[in-house]
Design a binder for this molecule. Structure first.
Ligand code: DQA
Length: 141
C-alpha cells in the first residue's frame, strides 16, 4: 500500500511553531517513527508552503497511489482550488489536523476541503496522521 503524507503551509515549522498548540516535535522525527511502525506500508512525504505545489503533487500521485493524508494547514479554510484538486483525482484523501480546529478561532471551524475527502481526523496531535494510516489500512482489509 502506497500512502503519501502532504503537509501544507507552515507545517515545515513543526517543533518550533506555537509548541503549545502543535507540540515540540519536528515532523521528520515523527515520520521516521511512522515508517518504522508500518514497515509494510510504502510512505511518501511532501511539504510545501505554496498552494499550487500542493495541487501539483495531488495531481502527480492521485491516479496511482492508494491514499493521501493531507494537512492543508490554513489552506484548509480558504482553498476552493484544493477542493477541486481532491475532487479531480481518484486516490482517496483523508484530511488531518494536529489541533482540534473546532476548539479554536471560528475561522478554523469551516473546512473548504472536508466535503471532498473520505474523512477527517483532527485534535490528536501528531497521532492524527497515524490514525489516518489506520483508517486506510482498515478500509483496505
Ligand atoms: C492545522 C490547523 C489549521 O487551522 C492551521 O492553519 C494549521 C495547522 C492543524 O494541523 O492543526 O496550519 O491544520
Amino acid at each position: 500500500m502506497k500512502i503519501l503524507i502532504v503537509n501544507g503551509p507552515n507545517l515545515n515549522l513543526l517543533g518550533k511553531r506555537e509548541p503549545g498548540i502543535y507540540g515540540a516535535r519536528g515532523f521528520e522525527d515523527y515520520y521516521a517513527e511512522l515508517k518504522q511502525r508500518y514497515a509494510n506500508v510504502e510512505f511518501g512525504y511532501f511539504q510545501s508552503n505554496v498552494e499550487g505545489e500542493l495541487i501539483n503533487k495531488l495531481h502527480e500521485v492521485g491516479f496511482s497511489w492508494d491514499g493521501i493524508i493531507l494537512n492543508a494547514g490554513a489552506y484548509t479554510h480558504t482553498s476552493v482550488a484544493l477542493q477541486d484538486a481532491i475532487r479531480g483525482i481518484n486516490t482517496p484523501v483523508i484530511e488531518v489536523h494536529i489541533s482540534n480546529v473546532h476548539q479554536r478561532e471560528e475561522f478554523r471551524h469551516h473546512s473548504m476541503i472536508s466535503c471532498a475527502c473520505v474523512g477527517v481526523i483532527c485534535g490528536f496531535g501528531l497521532d492524527s496522521y497515524r490514525l489516518a494510516v489506520e483508517a486506510f489500512l482498515a478500509k483496505n482489509k
